[in-house]
Every structure is written in structure tokens, then in C-alpha cells.
Ligand binder design. Structure first.
Ligand code: R2B
Length: 286
């Protein structure tokens, strides 16, 4: 048997998932991961460790320190809580693409089926207050087009993005009464500063009115948040045949300011909101 999306990858191959430091010859992927039904990813390794602890406790009652399957490397972390696989993806689509390729292969070698990917992230809100949980129902690039652009064999590929509206509605409906959630368009770009129209990067040659024009164009297109991985998530998961959704909490309202709050306790509580939404959704599916 071969991987549907890559005929070079065979089920019984010896393979080394380099950035996760996992080898098919040293770990029985099927035994460890065959029951996985959800893959939850987020940027920071510490946040995803906290999510792994939270999910273990909630789903299995286990309060022990979760096993990091990727402990041989500091590129990414990888945990499992019941049927939920948990990893971090770093910042930006380049970093995300590496871990997604290796997670897709892991799921293939483990012979998993009907797996849903959830990105639990942070983002900047456009006209929504800090702490709002945004569920993406459309993803656009920095030119406000629903297209993910990537390089293959020296050529630029422009691939339309696809967001599963049934999945968005399912997630929204199961948490809308308990959380401050919103559905809307996400603008996904490769840079935290200039591409998001911030005035506080080290590099900036435009002015407040240019920023306001940009924000106005975002709002006219229905954009309610900005971040750096959504387009890649939807494109890669769609190509690999997985459903995916993005649940990201706003850590700043960009209509008011550029810099996220420095109050650690506030950020920590906000960051836990996507965890709770994900738990509620996952519970509703089990
Ligand atoms: C949101 O927050 C990170 C940048 O601070 C990035 O991963 C993103 O999309």
C-alpha cells in the first residue's frame, strides 16, 4: 500500500520523520497512534504541552506529565491524549509545512482514518475585542484573495483555499453559548509586522493613514482576524485529504493598537479559550 498523495511512500517503508525524531523501525506507529481521530496544532511548544496536560486530564483523567514523542529534537513537540495527537508548528507557513508533512506520514504509517486537524492559535483581531475566539470560515492572503501561493520544482503554484463550512458550523454551534466566539474571514500572511500593517516593526516606510487604509480594506472584505498559518493549514490539509479548522483567539484589537497586551495572566487565560472550544467540540464527536 502507498500513500495516496505520494506514490514514493510505502506503508512498510523504513522512514525517519527527521523533525519529530521518529523512526518507523524503532516505534510501532500503528500501535501507538492508530486510534488518533484529531490532530491539534498550535505555534508554541509550551502552549501545546499545556494543552496536552489539559486534554489528558479532561479526556482520560490522567494528570501525569505527558510523554513527548519528539523529545529527541527541539524543533517540535508531540503528545497524545486519548484520540488526540498534539504538536506545535512554530511561526509561519514554512514551519507549519514541515510538521504537517511529517504528521500526515505518521497518520499514514499508523493507518489512521477520518482524522480532523484543528489549529488552536493566537491572532490579531480586526474590530473584535481581545479574547474573542475566531473560527475561520474563509481564508485570504495578503492581497485579500482566497489563494495559497507556494513553490514547487522552481515554479509558483497558486492554489485556491477551501474551508469546510460544515465543520465550521459544527464547532461554532457547539460552543457559541458558552464562549465569546465569532465566525469570519481570516487574512493569513508571512510576516508579523509589515504584511499585517503594523507600524512598530524595525522596518516600516509607511504611515498611520496607509495602515488605516489597509485595515479598512480588510474590514470591507469581511476580515476579522490576521495570523500566519491559516492558508497553509487549509491548503495542505485539503491536498492530503483531511478536514481542518482554525480556532484562534485574538490577543489584540488592531483597530486600537499594534502590540498585544503584556499582561501575562490575561494572555494565558485568553490562550486557554481555544483549548476549551476544542475540548467541547472533540467531546461532542466522541
Ligand atoms: C499568531 O501568533 C504568531 C506570531 O506572534 C503566529 O504564529 C501567528 O499566526
Amino acid at each position: 500500500m502507498e500513500l495516496k498523495t505520494n506514490p514514493h511512500i510505502k506503508l512498510n517503508a523504513d522512514d525517519y520523520l527527521y523533525h519529530l525524531d521518529l523512526e518507523t523501525s524503532k516505534l510501532d506507529f500503528k500501535k501507538e497512534f492508530n486510534d488518533v481521530k484529531f490532530v491539534c496544532i498550535g505555534g508554541s511548544p509550551t502552549r501545546m504541552l499545556n494543552f496536552a496536560k489539559f486534554m489528558s486530564k479532561q479526556l482520560t483523567g490522567n494528570t501525569e506529565e505527558p510523554r513527548n514523542y519528539a523529545k529527541g529534537t527541539d524543533r517540535y513537540c508531540l503528545y497524545k491524549a486519548g484520540p488526540v495527537l498534539i504538536a506545535n508548528h512554530g511561526i509561519g507557513t514554512a514551519s507549519l509545512s514541515v510538521v504537517l508533512n511529517e504528521l500526515f506520514k505518521l497518520l499514514f504509517y499508523a493507518q489512521c482514518s477520518n482524522v480532523i486537524f484543528l489549529r488552536l492559535g493566537t491572532c490579531g483581531g480586526i474590530g473584535v475585542e481581545g479574547g474573542t475566539v475566531v473560527i475561520t470560515d474563509k481564508a485570504v492572503n495578503g492581497e485579500l484573495e482566497p489563494i495559497f501561493s507556494y513553490m514547487k520544482l522552481g515554479k509558483r503554484i497558486n492554489s485556491p483555499t477551501y474551508v469546510d463550512s460544515d465543520l465550521v458550523n459544527e464547532i461554532y454551534n457547539c460552543c457559541k453559548d458558552n464562549f465569546n466566539v465569532a465566525r469570519g474571514t481570516t487574512c493569513s500572511v508571512d510576516c508579523f509586522y509589515e504584511a499585517q500593517g503594523r507600524l512598530d516593526g524595525a522596518l516600516c516606510d509607511y504611515f498611520e493613514n496607509d495602515k488605516q487604509d489597509f485595515i479598512k480594506r480588510l474590514q470591507d472584505k469581511g476580515v476579522i482576524n490576521m495570523e500566519m498559518e491559516g492558508l497553509g493549514l487549509f491548503s495542505y490539509c485539503h491536498r492530503a485529504g483531511f478536514k481542518a479548522a482554525m480556532i484562534a483567539v485574538t490577543i489584540v484589537n488592531r483597530l486600537v493598537e499594534d502590540v498585544p497586551t503584556s499582561e501575562i495572566d490575561v494572555i494565558k487565560e485568553w490562550e486557554e479559550r481555544p483549548f476549551k472550544v476544542a475540548l467541547q467540540f472533540i467531546r461532542s464527536k466522541l
